[in-house]
Write a protein that binds this ligand. Structure first.
Ligand code: GLN
Length: 195
């Protein structure tokens, strides 16, 4: 299995470690450039700063090949800033620095909607398809999903709020499974999308 982690900015090492713990040592390629993207069978897009990652997608010329591979069916697990970058609509907050998404998930998100860093929190998440205890959701300056359109399916909730959506093999989470020590979501994603 050849898995990729988009390695432009953010919690790249934690994604790599989580995927390697599920799929085995050596299974992960860090993706900094188009040639690396071309080799992977699935990709995770870590959290970080979506404006920065958006800019780096252009500087590295990864944006167009990434869009093409996603349209061709590449499984993607996008978390937090990663989800923002795949949202059809990002509600504009102040300033000209909104990230530019590859708009494949039919959702509207609002960045930093739970507050600042000190308002980050942990809470139990109900995930369709996971058995056992609720998933420990770690929310760090998380976006809020304001709308789920017909082109996306909600599959994870924290209370009444949708915190996970997917369209086929493209999954987006507002929280950070790589920081929870619970590997079930990575496992479930790989199992469901690559079988
Ligand atoms: N607040 C960040 C953004 O808007 C996302 C935070 C995260 O990925 N943990 O890009």
């Amino acid at each position: 299995m050849k898995l990729g982690v988009l390695a432009l900015q953010g919690d790249v090492p934690e994604h790599r470690t989580s995927l390697e713990r599920v799929a085995g040592p050596g299974s992960v390629t860090l993706v900094h450039r188009p040639a690396e993207l071309a080799e992977v069978e699935a990709l995770s897009m870590p959290g970080g700063e979506s404006t920065t990652i958006s800019r780096l997608l252009d500087e590295t010329r990864l944006r167009d090949p990434l869009r093409s591979r996603i349209e061709e069916g590449l499984p993607v697990l996008a978390t937090c800033a990663g989800l923002i970058l795949l949202s059809r609509e990002i509600e504009t907050v102040a300033g000209p620095r909104d990230p530019v998404p590859i708009p494949v998930l039919d959702v509207t998100v609002r960045r930093n909607d739970y507050g600042r860093q000190r308002d980050s929190f942990e809470g139990p998440v109900e995930v369709n398809g996971l058995t056992g205890a609720k998933f420990p959701g770690v929310f760090i300056r998380a976006p809020r999903i304001l709308r789920v359109g017909p082109g996306a399916e909600a599959f994870a909730w924290q209370g009444k709020e949708v915190v996970g959506v997917r369209r086929g093999r493209v999954w987006g989470l507002t929280f950070h499974p790589e920081l929870s020590g619970d590997l079930r979501l990575f496992d479930h994603f790989l199992e469901s999308t690559l079988g």
